[in-house]
Design a protein around this ligand. Structure first.
Ligand SMILES: NC(=O)c1ccc[n+]([C@@H]2O[C@H](COP(=O)([O-])OP(=O)(O)OC[C@H]3O[C@@H](n4cnc5c(N)ncnc54)[C@H](OP(=O)(O)O)[C@@H]3O)[C@@H](O)[C@H]2O)c1
Length: 257
C-alpha cells in the first residue's frame, strides 16, 4: 500500500482493468489514512464504460483521448477544482477492437487500425502532457518526491527486446509512445524540473485487453489488475526526478529501449 501523502492524483482510463484497480487502491489508501483524508484527491477519467466506484474525494470526468478537445475539456474541469496535480497516470491503451485484432503478419496491416493504435497509444500521451503541464508545474515537489507523469506502455514496444515479431500496430505505437515520453523527459528536464516522466510495463495482466492472448502465459505469470496496480504505484512512489525518462517494469526493473 503506497503512502498517499496528501497528493492529488489523476488516473486516465480509470475504468479499464489496471486503471480501475489503481483508482480502487488510491481510494483504499485514502480511507486508511484517517486524518489526512481531507487533503487527498483523486480525479479519474472514463470513456465508454460507466464508472462504478464512488468516494467522497473521487471525481470522475469524461475523456476520449482520441480527441484533443475532449482532453482539453477534462483538464479544464480539473482546473476548476484544483490548481495542481501531483501524479498523472495514463492507463489507456488499445490492442484490439471489435473489428480488428493485432496483426500476425504484414498482409494483415490496415491503415485505419494502424492509425487508431498510433492515436490512442502514442499521440494521446503527448496531447495530455501538452495540456496538463500547467497543473503539474504547480505541484509541490522535490528531487526525491517529484511530480509524476507516468504512462503505461508495454514491453513489446521495446525494439531491442523484440524476438517474435507480429502486432505491428501495437508494437509500433508503443515504441512511438516510448520515444515521445523520452523526448518529453528531456524537455521537461529543462522546463519542468523535479518532474519524473516514466513509461511502464505492467506485466501480463488479466484484463479485457489481454483476454484473447492469455493461452500461452506460463502459470503464475498472469497478474491480477490489483497486483499490477499495487506494484506500479509502489514503483512510482520510489521514483526520483533523476529517473525521469525511464522505461521500467512492475518490479521497477529497467527495460531496454
Ligand atoms: N493487460 C496486459 O497484459 C497489458 C500488458 C502490457 C501493457 N498493457 C497496457 O496497460 C494499459 C492498460 O491496459 P488494461 O490491460 O488495463 O486494458 P483495458 O482493461 O482494456 O483498459 C484500457 C482502457 O483504455 C480505455 N480507452 C480505450 N480507448 C480510449 C479512448 N479513445 N479514450 C479514452 N479511453 C480509452 C478503455 O476505456 P473504454 O473501454 O471505455 O474505451 C479502458 O478503460 C494499456 O496501455 C495497455 O496497452 C497491458
Amino acid at each position: 500500500m503506497i503512502n498517499t501523502n496528501n497528493k492529488t492524483y489523476l488516473i486516465i482510463g480509470g475504468t479499464g482493468g489496471i486503471g480501475r484497480a489503481m483508482v480502487e487502491q488510491l481510494i483504499e489508501a485514502t480511507a486508511n489514512e484517517q486524518g489526512a483524508r481531507a487533503g487527498i484527491r483523486v480525479f479519474a477519467t472514463y470513456h465508454n464504460s460507466v464508472p462504478e466506484i464512488e468516494a467522497d474525494n473521487l471525481q470522475w470526468l469524461p475523456m476520449d483521448v482520441g480527441s484533443e478537445d475532449s482532453i482539453k475539456q477534462a483538464i479544464e474541469q480539473i482546473k476548476q477544482h484544483s490548481d495542481h496535480l501531483d501524479w498523472v497516470v495514463n492507463c489507456v491503451g488499445l490492442l484490439h477492437t471489435e473489428q480488428a485484432q493485432p496483426e500476425k503478419a504484414l498482409r494483415q496491416v490496415e491503415t485505419d487500425f494502424f492509425l487508431q493504435n498510433m492515436q490512442i497509444n502514442a499521440l494521446a500521451g503527448l496531447l495530455i502532457a501538452k495540456h496538463i503541464k500547467p497543473l503539474l508545474a504547480k505541484a509541490a515537489r522535490s528531487d526525491e518526491q517529484p511530480a509524476i507523469f507516468a504512462t503505461i506502455s508495454a514491453r513489446v514496444g521495446s525494439i531491442s527486446d523484440n524476438q517474435v515479431g507480429g502486432w505491428y500496430s501495437y508494437r509500433m505505437s508503443k515504441a512511438a509512445l516510448n520515444m515521445g515520453m523520452k523526448n518529453l523527459s528531456i524537455e521537461w528536464g529543462r522546463a519542468l524540473k523535479q518532474t519524473c516522466v516514466v513509461v511502464m510495463q505492467p506485466g501480463t495482466v488479466n484484463t479485457q485487453l489481454s483476454a484473447p492472448f492469455q493461452a500461452n502465459v506460463a502459470e503464475g505469470h498472469l497478474f491480477s489488475p490489483a497486483y499490477s496496480a499495487d506494484c506500479l504505484l509502489e514503483v512510482l512512489s520510489g521514483m526520483s526526478a533523476a529517473q525521469s525518462g525511464s522505461f521500467v517494469d512492475w518490479a521497477g526493473e529497467s527495460i531496454p529501449w
